[in-house]
Design a protein around this ligand. Sequence first.
Ligand SMILES: NC(=O)c1ccc[n+]([C@@H]2O[C@H](COP(=O)([O-])OP(=O)(O)OC[C@H]3O[C@@H](n4cnc5c(N)ncnc54)[C@H](OP(=O)(O)O)[C@@H]3O)[C@@H](O)[C@H]2O)c1
Length: 280
Amino acid sequence: MAPQIPTHDLNDGATLPAIGFGTYPMKGRECVDSVLSALEAGYRLIDTAVNYSNEEEVGEAIRTSSVPRDEIFLTSKLPGRHHAYDDAKAGVRGSLDRLGLDYLDLHLIHWPNPSVDKFAEAWRALVDLREEGLIRSIGVSNFTEAHLTRVIDETGVTPVVNQIELHPYFPQAEMRKVNDRLGVLTESWSPLGKRQAPFSEPPVASAAEAHGVTPGQVILRWQVQLGAVPIPKSATPERQRQNLDVFGFELTDAEMEAITALGRPDGRLFGGDPDIHEEM
Ligand SMILES: NC(=O)c1ccc[n+]([C@@H]2O[C@H](COP(=O)([O-])OP(=O)(O)OC[C@H]3O[C@@H](n4cnc5c(N)ncnc54)[C@H](OP(=O)(O)O)[C@@H]3O)[C@@H](O)[C@H]2O)c1
């Protein structure tokens, strides 16, 4: 039987599973099979994006899975080239066409691309698409406090989530506080630290031993106890199950603090700075 996953209440009344499944950079049969096995393992939050070029595969898995559509919380993301109002509206219809579905549970502005300065226009389009029923909840990704404040001030609508880079080498204490203060739930991308996965760091390895779990489970449990929603990617069914199984143990305050203390000024992954990175 699939495990029961706790949920978070979003600021618009919807509920989001406390852990999700990332799909980048999977494509083709690997992507379809991985999303199917993730759904079978019990994941209900699935994360894709226009720029992952795998919406067709993610949609195929969702449509062919035995899990009912209304039990799945599907997220996609608007790319920088679609920030102009009409492009954003057409872009979301394109996502739905590729997915073969008639609504998205959540759509995020993927990057603010501040030099282009059209993210507030994109946000207005998402607000209107939500009114039209094509998207149930709307949020952002890689937004700083300034970007968040701007869209909230201009529309009166607060994003439900801000999906940001967050892992032990980059724990994002300040941005988590900003998100909390504004009523925005933090989602964590590259939650395991991707290339620099800090599995062998002493605070992670010793907590794994103490709790009889794997280092990956320690890091994902750390995310959950921070109040962030991690979306680990794995193409391996065994790791998918393992990554989901993080609700049966609890890290101590000392373990939490020691893992957070792994954070370092250069801990951000390459290309993760929202003020500089432009993704079209
Ligand atoms: N909003 C954004 O700008 C943004 C940016 C980057 C990513 N994302 C999203 O975040 C998701 C997750 O981030 P990510 O894929 O960069 O990094 P991640 O989930 O931190 O790490 C994925 C890597 O860890 C491996 N892995 C997974 N579980 C493991 C385990 N239990 N033990 C050992 N290795 C394990 C995976 O390999 P295997 O597949 O071989 O298991 C893969 O190589 C992406 O898929 C995407 O949906 C969003």
